[in-house]
Design a protein around this ligand. Structure first.
Ligand code: MN
Length: 334
């Protein structure tokens, strides 16, 4: 019994440690979305395209320490991840949402009052919102998605992203929690509509379950992810962090080539960071002071590299810069 229990425990903790992503079932049969989306497109889109994102995401994560991260954690820091993770985590998240908000006409639930009131207040009417979404979807160049998101200030916003990016990602121009996404990749419509994206968009609005979108809106308003996005929304900090990581960590292991060749880049990013405007929640005097010190420290490192200083000297100074950076990060999380 004891052996059995510990076996069970081991397999459960393995599950907890490395949770594999899996393909969610489509809520309705492939043919239920006719005539707006044909059965064959639904089948290929779900069983082949979406499955490939899931398979390739699991492959990219397998055996790495990223395998324990949640989907939101993967998306939030996607600028630090490989292209394989960016494309496939995005692909998996985006399609999972897409299947949830689509329903055949006779299965759709009605729009809820709070959501409709928010739409009316910002867009005038549900019809104007549909127009704004159609506009975003039809003007997205190449492959991508049109979105309705809830922004950190709890407003609705229509936006779009390229490829399999989405607004949770730190690379997105407009960030927030998506409550509706429209796939405008040709694989979503080519068999029935060929290259006529406008005709597909005309059809897709017949399949949107506004009741489910309303529920997603209500949930997004109280989702802690919203304030995480707000706190995270500081690209200059991320840009600096990247160069810091790419120079400091090799130096720790005795390789000073990245630091010696990129000390100018490090200084440039520190200057941009110190001059950048932090998100409102991070806009505090002590952060600006710490950033000024960080900039000074990076300038010192740059000058030392110019003078061909010894590795040991550089190590001491880059460690100081690294400590200063972490002070900034801690101040941000207070
Ligand atoms: Mn797709």
């Amino acid at each position: 019994m004891k052996a059995l229990l510990s076996l069970l425990f081991i397999s459960m903790s393995t599950l907890l440690l490395a949770q594999e992503f899996s393909l969610p079932a489509l809520p309705y049969s492939f043919a239920s979305y006719e005539p707006y989306i044909d059965a064959q497109t639904m089948e290929i889109h779900h069983d082949k395209h979406h499955q490939a994102y899931v398979t390739n995401l699991n492959k990219a994560l397998a055996g790495t320490k990223l395998a324990t991260l949640s989907m939101n954690q993967l998306l939030m820091d996607v600028s630090f991840r490989s292209d394989a993770i960016r494309n496939n985590a995005g692909g998996h998240y985006n399609h999972s949402l897409f299947w949830e908000i689509l329903a055949p006409k006779d299965k759709q639930t009605s729009v809820q009052a709070t959501f409709e009131a928010a739409v009316n207040a910002q867009y005038g009417s549900m019809d104007s919102l549909r127009k704004a979404l159609t506009q975003a979807a039809s003007t997205r160049f190449g492959s991508g998605w049109a979105w309705l998101i809830v922004t950190p200030d709890k407003k609705l916003m229509v936006t779009s992203t390229g490829n399999q990016d989405n607004p949770i990602m730190d690379v997105a121009k407009d960030r927030g929690i998506p409550v509706l996404g429209i796939d405008v990749w040709e694989h979503a419509y080519y068999l029935k509509y060929q290259n006529k994206r406008a005709d597909y968009l005309g059809g897709i609005f017949n399949l949107i379950d506004w009741g489910i979108v309303s529920e997603k809106y209500t949930k997004a308003l109280v989702d802690p992810l919203l304030s995480e996005i707000e706190k995270d929304n500081w690209m200059a900090l991320k840009d600096f962090h990247k160069v810091m990581a790419q120079t400091y960590h090799p130096a720790e292991e005795g390789n000073f080539v990245p630091l010696r060749t990129r000390s100018g880049d490090l200084l440039a990013k520190a200057i941009l960071l110190s001059a950048s405007k932090p998100p409102v929640v991070k806009d505090k005097a002590n952060i600006h002071e710490a950033l000024a010190k960080l900039e000074e420290q990076c300038e010192k490192i740059y000058e030392l590299v110019e003078k061909n200083a010894k590795d040991a000297v550089l190590m001491k100074e880059i460690t100081k810069a690294h400590d200063l950076f972490h002070q900034v990060e801690e101040l941000c999380h207070d």
